[in-house]
Ligand binder design. Structure first.
Ligand code: DGL
Length: 265
């Protein structure tokens, strides 16, 4: 393993590209190997056992690529699979939940924090536990917002349907007095403007993707493994036909996904 080894990143599908974008902005020299489990997405409605099994298979594929670090760029997988993945791999494993929780604790002034995520992420209680570990006296409010995922993939992020959905899901959070809201799903940053309008300027939105990129930078710096010069182009693998991933992925990556290779599952 060396500084030019790639960073492995996996997600249930397309959403993890928001994390890839954030890592690319923070660490432009790094080479990433991304696996989107598009054949088995979504994870957010599946049981913990199934998400753990899929995550371990994804990690094994990436470990074979000689990665120096694994990033679990999926909130649902981070919520339930991290301990197993850390036992499975020889390299460090960074999920999106701990960095997101740290950013939320840094952002809140009144100690009232909201979390939105998939059904599975919210049900797991992983964000609540991570926040309480950092600051036990926080007041925490949660809401699963499953329809945000298909809205983001459809590109319906600021039309009437998006605004109504955001308003209905966030009604209880809006009256709770929170000053910080964690976007605890890879897809939700695409809806950030609409969510921000609904919650108002006094509520800070925390994007776990950006916080995770900072955690990746810190880990590589600490181990002396930051790429000091461009380490080569990133590569993308998927578990279903790549055309939809390439087409829809551009919105999540903020750039064209040049190509993706389908692997057998
Ligand atoms: N990537 C998932 C997450 O961040 C959202 C999509 C899914 O449900 O698989 O939780």
């Amino acid at each position: 393993m060396s500084s030019s080894s790639p960073i492995g990143v996996f997600d249930s599908g397309i959403g993890g590209l928001t994390v890839v974008q954030a890592i690319g902005e923070a660490l432009p020299h790094e080479r990433l190997v991304y696996l989107g489990d598009t054949g088995r997405t979504p994870y957010g409605t599946k049981s913990q056992d199934v998400v753990r099994r899929y995550s371990e298979e994804n990690a094994a594929f990436l470990a074979d690529k000689g990665i120096k670090l694994l990033v679990v760029a999926c909130n649902t997988a981070s919520a339930v699979a991290l301990p197993g993945l850390r036992a499975q791999l020889d390299v460090p494993v960074i999920g999106v939940i701990e960095p997101g929780a740290e950013a939320a604790v840094a952002a809140t002034a009144n100690g009232k924090v909201g979390i939105v995520g998939t059904e599975s992420t919210i049900r797991s209680g992983a964000y609540v536990q991570a926040l309480r570990r950092l600051r036990p006296q926080l007041e925490i409010y949660t809401r699963a917002c499953p329809l945000f995922v298909p809205l983001a993939e459809e590109g319906w992020v600021d039309n009437d349907v998006a605004r109504s959905t955001v308003r209905l899901y966030l009604a209880s959070l809006k009256t709770s007095g929170i000053d910080t809201l964690v976007l605890g799903c890879t897809h939700y940053p695409l809806l950030a403007a609409t969510i921000g309008e609904e919650m108002g300027a006094a509520v800070a939105l925390v994007d776990s993707a950006k916080a995770t990129a900072a955690a990746v930078a810190a880990d590589l710096a600490e181990r002396g493994l930051l790429a000091t010069e461009p380490a080569g182009p990133s590569s993308f693998f998927v578990t279903d036909a790549p055309d939809r991933f390439v087409r829809v992925g551009a919105r999540f990556l903020g750039a064209q996904v040049d190509s993706a290779v389908q692997i057998e599952r």
